[in-house]
Design a protein around this ligand. Structure first.
Ligand code: AMP
Length: 470
């Protein structure tokens, strides 16, 4: 079903409740389903008499109702919720605007699609990019994320703040959508695709239906960290495809390729629970048929940090990801900050090789005690598991020192080293404070510098990092 994006606004009465009520009524329209809601934002009114700040949000819905009738239904909802027609710039209980309806372009006086003032309003651009970053504006030919990022300086300068705490009615609605998505996912297990040909057929059908594709490459043995990428992809794209492939090319001869944990059935269940539509799980022969000779490589970014300790690793990662990008041709691909250097390299690769793919870096998901989630944590004994906490503790210490005014990277590094060295059996590969773009060591740290470390504990080589000012 086509995707419609609907803007809500209110600055009279219980503003958040009116938005939530309107969203609920839209969700109940025939052949219509609410699939995502942005956060509520507050901003000062533009034009008109002095009045209270507005609360705004954007809804992403799938709907079988054509744009004209849908607009009439939105007007009806506005009236039912007490909007008084006629006060063009005055305060209003609820506004429900049809911003986009698929890629339809309509200009006929009563219906203007895409909505004409989108690019002038930050309170629309920010929430739009939140729920539909990869959606293409059919007139401007760019994604909504690009539209937000390229907004004129006076638009970026408009003051918009996220409403905190999240009003109860809005939170409740979000939970309802999440519940429905996981129920839906339980009913519809992710399709498993084994060959490149099957993958291409699946992707072509999704494209013909006008659906955007979000892609999450993994090596399986999935955990909450992976699932967070899938959920983010689900929020931003229509179809989510996950690859599960333990890529031999990125493992060194003495590394853990053969013992890397593999559990496709369990992984498929987890993917389904996160709303993934399809899993691409090729064999090694399908990805590297006999006679395979090509690789993708890069200078500079691959040399420091893990590059020094895992020669050839990033060549393997880039080669497999380039192949996957060409096979899937997604609109957006989602990677974890957990592998900071990898995400930086892949972003650079996409730029250098003109892959028209938005690369999204997602935050690190941690266990409650701070350990960064990793498939390799499974190698740790209970004692090693508690020793592994030294990585996140060292990062916390570096951030604490920076907050306290320490800028000398050498000092930060030494403080981190002290914490890791206090753990018997922890062997440091590297501890570095780097510039987030060049990945080269800095002497003076800033809040945007990144602290990274790789430490061997028992049979596992663990990595972790933190942006110092975050
Ligand atoms: P892997 O299966 O280890 O190759 O990881 C697949 C993707 O999941 C990569 O983009 C990782 O950065 C990401 N990832 C792994 N662990 C985490 C985590 N704890 N938090 C967020 N993303 C993660």
């Amino acid at each position: 079903m086509p995707t419609a994006l609907i803007g809500l606004g209110s600055n009279l009465g219980a503003r958040a409740a009116a938005c939530a009520r309107a969203a609920s009524l839209i969700d109940r329209l025939p052949q219509t389903r609410l699939v995502a809601l942005s956060r509520l934002v507050e901003s000062a009114p533009i034009g008109g008499p002095p009045q209270r700040p507005f609360v705004n949000a954007v809804l992403r819905v799938e709907t079988g109702i054509r744009p004209g009738p849908l607009l009439r239904k939105l007007k009806r909802i506005e009236r039912d919720l007490g909007r008084v027609p006629g006060l063009r710039w005055g305060p209003r209980r609820i506004d429900a605007d049809l911003l986009y309806w698929g890629e339809a372009v309509v200009r006929n006086g009563s219906l203007d699609l895409p909505h004409p003032r989108i690019a002038e309003r930050r309170f629309v651009l920010d929430p739009l990019a939140e729920v539909a970053a990869s959606f293409r504006d059919p007139v401007r030919g760019c994604t909504l994320e690009a539209l937000r990022d390229r907004a004129a300086p006076e638009v970026r300068g408009q003051e918009v703040s996220v409403m905190k705490p999240v009003p109860r009615t809005w939170k409740f609605l979000g939970e309802r959508i999440a519940r429905r998505q996981s129920d839906g996912a339980r009913r519809a297990p992710a399709r498993i695709l084994r060959t490149v040909a099957a993958l291409r057929r699946y992707v072509a059908a999704a494209r013909r239906a006008g659906r955007s594709i979000g892609f999450v490459p993994t090596m399986g043995a999935l955990h909450e960290g992976h699932l967070s990428l899938m959920r983010r992809a689900k929020r931003e794209c229509d179809v989510v495809l996950v690859s599960i492939f333990v890529n031999p090319m990125q493992f060194g001869p003495r590394e853990d390729f053969s013992k890397y944990p593999r559990d496709l059935a369990g992984d498929a269940r987890l993917c389904s629970s996160a709303g993934v539509d399809a899993i691409f799980a090729p064999s090694v022969e399908a990805m590297y048929p006999p006679g395979f000779k090509t690789c993708v490589d890069m200078r500079d970014l691959t040399e420091p940090l893990c590059g020094r300790f895992r020669p050839g690793h990033f060549r393997g990662v880039m080669t497999v990801v380039a192949k996957l990008f060409l096979q899937v041709q997604p609109d957006a691909a989602f990677f974890g900050q957990k592998d900071f250097q990898q995400a930086a390299i892949l972003k650079q690769m996409a730029r250098d090789l003109d892959f028209p793919i938005r690369i999204v870096r997602c935050p690190i998901v941690r266990e409650p005690d701070g350990l960064a989630m990793s498939s390799r944590n499974a190698y740790l004994s209970p004692e090693e598991r508690s020793q592994a906490l030294c990585l996140s503790q060292a990062l916390t210490e570096a951030r604490r020192l920076l907050r306290g005014g320490e800028r000398r990277a050498g000092r930060l590094r030494r403080a981190m080293k002290r914490i890791v060295r206090a753990v018997s059996g922890a062997r440091i590969d590297y501890i570095s404070i780097v510039d987030p773009e060049t990945l080269r060591d800095v002497e003076q740290a800033t809040p945007s510098s990144v602290a990274l470390l790789a430490v061997r504990i028992g049979p596992a080589r663990l990595i972790d990092n933190a942006i110092l000012g975050e």
